[in-house]
Ligand binder design. Structure first.
Ligand SMILES: [Zn+2]
Length: 251
């Protein structure tokens, strides 16, 4: 799960430097990872297809123009597909949902960019109409964000929009059910971990690629399905495993 790919690194939490992004894609290309579309992950979760354990789907939340400018050319160079989750009511606009948080205004992908992404084989998904906290809205308003964003994207792009990503990763059981009822095929959460057969396809797990992450940590995160697998976390991970193994041995 990426958000922004841009130089400058003002917001290291959400912005990956293009050089780092290229190095990460290069690592994926050279380590036998299989880059698959999100539809393949959902098909595997449903048991329709089987994927190698090394299968990875790349996603971008929010539709920042910098992902178009800086990530798309790299993805194309590597022949990697990806899913771009757009805020359907703000295409061609800016990240107004972040302004209150003190973030600068940044431009978002417009409809012509989105149409090009589709024509190039990328997947466009919905990230709602306005990027609200769906779990804090009344039911009708939340349902509208979920349904109308799908319709808006489909009307502009002339293609099925099958995937949703919960804004802020926030969802409840009723929100999840609304997404399914709206006709989506799957939805991405922001919970870390792997997706396996029988994972809820409306609560798909993702690994957050933060701007400050080193290539070594990026690699370990992929290996362990964690968001911040630093060397010290690695030590406690194995210590925990040993402790659990010990506990099993005593029983
Ligand atoms: Zn978002």
């Amino acid at each position: 799960m990426y958000h922004r790919v841009a130089p400058g690194g003002r917001d290291l939490r959400y912005t990956v430097h293009p050089r780092k992004f290229t190095a990460q894609m290069s690592l994926l290309a050279s380590n036998d990872y299989t880059i698959v579309p999100l539809s393949a992950v959902v098909a595997a979760v449903r048991g329709v297809v089987s994927l190698p354990a090394s299968a990875i789907a790349i996603t971008f939340d929010d539709g920042f123009l910098d992902t178009w400018e800086n990530a798309r050319p790299v993805l194309r160079a590597f022949g990697f597909t990806a899913t771009f989750f757009l805020v359907a009511g703000l295409a061609g606009g800016s990240n107004v949902w972040m302004h209150q948080g003190g973030h600068a205004a940044s431009p978002l992908i417009d409809w012509s960019h989105a149409a090009t992404l589709v024509s190039e084989g990328f997947t466009v998904g919905s990230h709602s109409l306005t990027h609200p906290r769906l779990d804090e809205m009344d039911t009708a308003a939340a349902a509208r964000e979920i349904r109308e964003s799908k319709r808006t994207l489909e009307d502009h792009l002339g293609t099925d929009v099958a995937f949703f990503a919960y804004p802020y990763g926030r969802f409840t059981d009723p929100i999840r059910d609304m997404v399914e009822a709206a006709g989506y095929v799957g939805a991405c959460s922001a919970q870390a971990g792997f997706n396996r057969r029988n994972t809820d396809r409306f609560a798909l797990r993702r690994l957050d690629v933060a701007g400050g992450v080193s290539l070594a940590t990026f690699r370990r995160n992929l290996q362990f399905g964690e968001n911040n697998m630093t060397p010290s976390r690695l030590v406690s991970y194995y210590a925990g495993r040993l402790a659990r193994r010990g506990a099993v041995g005593q029983s």
